[in-house]
Design a binder for this molecule. Sequence first.
Ligand code: PHE
Ligand code: NA
Length: 437
Amino acid sequence: MVQQQRETWATRLGFILAAVGSAVGLGNVWQFPFQTGANGGAAFIVVYLLAVFLIGFPAMLSEFVIGRRAERNPIDAFARLGHRNWKVVGVLGTVSAFWILSFYSVVGGWVIRYVLGSATGAYFSGSEAYFGAIAAGPEAVGFHAVFMALTVGVVAFGVTDGIERSTKLMVPSIVLLLGGLAVWAGTLPGGAAGYAYYLSPDIDALVSNLGSILPAAVGQAFFTLSLGMGAMITYASYLGRDDSLPTDGGTIVILNTFVGLLAGLVVFPILFSLGIDPGSGGLGAAFITLAGAFAQLPAGRLLGVAFFVVLLLAALSSAISLLEVVTSYLVDNTDRSRRSIAVALGLGIFLLGVPSAFGVPILAWYNAVAYNLLLPLSVLALLLFVGWVDAGDAVAELRRGTGLSESGAVAWLWFVRTVVPLGVLVTLLLGLQSLAV
Ligand code: PHE
Ligand code: NA
């Protein structure tokens, strides 16, 4: 192993914003409103919020504990903590990061295309045809390459100069733009029905559809909190200070939830004011319906540009965290420069993503494998490690730099040992069922 001075975040806020940048992504702004629509509206949100706070938050703290204590990339972290056999968990997370970024970047390419399409009005004459033309084929490969190049560009500059500096700009821009759009969406005639749909849960529907709502909600919670891909382990490995992990983690979870809900306050009034069914979800449907909506609205070009720029910033700040997972492993273990590592990895991930750029069903399959298999499996293994193998040290690490009592930390530990993995296991089994069909 090459010994070199490892980078750390310049400021505590820098770490929090970078982690929020990772969390806030296509998952919040694009997937979340449409998952909500496909799973019956507000009832889904209730289960999702429970999943975020009861399962996602303790799991995020588990990743933080591993990362900060080991000060290593996810693969070497386990050996550093004295459990070489558990390295496979880090490998699983790192492979997942590589895998997810490959198609995430293809969607990122679509988003760039929609920023341009909004500016020129290219999709105003036919939203469905436009998606069909840009989503798959050589052009999609080209924009996938552009998005990947942007991601590499940030990561090549390093933790403080690249990731920290760029996310400090991107995250506030996302919140401001999205907030502005939400205020505007509130003025749309007929939009109020969207709030009702979004904010008043139908409990009967929830109970009868729990078998499909639960895995969707838990999977969404993991994906949106960037769990199971080593991203939070990696970001926490650059902490090196005695900040309070529960406070930082809580801030990140709350900000991420806030942005997701805010995105709903933009999307639902738009859809309802135009009489579009939010249940018509699906990977492409989100782009088609929203673009179709902008095409019908006054000042649609401007609003379209604003919305898709939000989506682009959100996607980019997430993509860099995925690339950083894999990059950190090679930076920790080789003599090569960070820049050449980022470029080489970017090229490999680009190639893995090319099939997804040639067919939306292929992309959907990559996504389903990640969502239903890689993420829950990886989180489950991580929870078992922290809860049962590394327990004593994990409790001490969680308390480091906080006023958290021993009993508070032990309560977290028992949660991580029992309730959380059980919830994940149920999700995994239900989710695998959906993969099989
Ligand atoms: N959390 C991101 C989103 O919601 C996706 C992501 C997952 C990013 C895992 C990094 C790691 O879009
Ligand atoms: Na992001």
